[in-house]
Design a protein around this ligand. Structure first.
Ligand SMILES: [Zn+2]
Length: 276
């Protein structure tokens, strides 16, 4: 099993020996964030530093937010989001990466909008991103999101991706988001598992998107690992953790221990035990 982690903005990450420290701690791949504003020189310098550390950039989390919303009713906002995601795919390609992770919308739960209105706009945006990314060999992964955003359910994700070539598109399974609706989490994972092409592994207690280490919350890891067995997904397990307690790299040994002692059991789904 290949284990990776999200490491934030590349501009911050290339300062110091962070890449070498992550690799020394045992990570094999990383997901970087955004990649906006990096010129060719910085990209090339980053590529060389990452390669020298024997790490691989696997994915980029494309930018998102109120002003970068792929299914916004506002054409200008939508267009800016598409451009930013296309640029993220191009820059990722320069770094040797394979997957651009997309949010289908911002949270719109407090407005009168609904998923039906947003769906066709997201599909149009996705088409424009795939047009740019696919020829580069970069796949577009639509992430399952929290309640109140497009992509919160398996049905919505399937509707977004319907008709798109599975060679160029798929789902980023975010385990934390899936279990913010605890009763439906395992079912959602089972349903989307065949289309998963990348992952965000983290835990929570079913109320807030806490981004804890697997085992620290109430996510049904047996259910996740059973659904995401190696018959359906062989890509990297990417940890997406938020830590307020200092140096992020300190978490890497914990991630690897969890991956080795628990997550590797998905190879034999019938013997999966709980993580706690
Ligand atoms: Zn995520």
């Amino acid at each position: 099993m290949v284990v990776g982690a999200t490491v934030g903005q590349l501009r911050e990450a290339i300062e110091g020996d962070r890449w070498a420290e992550l690799a020394a701690a045992g990570l094999e791949v990383v997901e970087v964030k955004e990649l906006g504003g990096l010129d060719e020189q910085l990209l090339e310098k980053s590529r060389q530093t990452i390669e020298a550390a024997e790490l691989k950039v696997w994915s980029v989390h494309a930018p998102f937010g109120d002003q970068l919303d792929l299914s916004s009713p506002d054409r200008t906002i939508r267009s800016a989001a598409v451009t930013a995601c296309r640029e993220a795919a191009i820059r990722l390609h320069r770094l040797g990466g394979s997957v651009v992770v997309l949010h289908s919308s911002r949270l719109y739960a407090t407005t009168s909008e609904n998923a039906d209105d947003r769906l066709p706009r997201m599909r149009e945006s996705l088409e424009r991103i795939v047009d740019e990314a696919a020829p580069l060999g970069v796949k577009a992964a639509v992430e399952n999101l929290e309640c109140g955003a497009l992509g919160r359910s398996a049905d919505e994700l399937e509707a977004v991706l319907e008709g798109f070539d599975a060679a160029h598109t798929g789902v980023c399974l975010d385990t934390g988001h899936a279990f913010l609706q605890p009763a439906q989490g395992a079912q959602l994972v089972r349903q989307i598992a065949p289309r998963v092409i990348t992952t965000h592994f983290h835990d929570n207690n079913g109320k807030r998107d806490e981004h804890l280490l697997p085992g620290e919350g109430s996510v049904d890891w047996d259910g996740v690992l059973e659904a995401l067995n190696t018959d359906v997904y062989c890509g990297p397990i990417i940890f997406e953790l938020f830590r307020e307690d200092g140096f992020y790299e300190r978490q890497v040994p914990k991630m690897l221990r969890i991956a080795q002692t628990h997550l590797s059991k998905r190879e034999d789904a019938s013997s999966v035990d709980g993580l706690k």
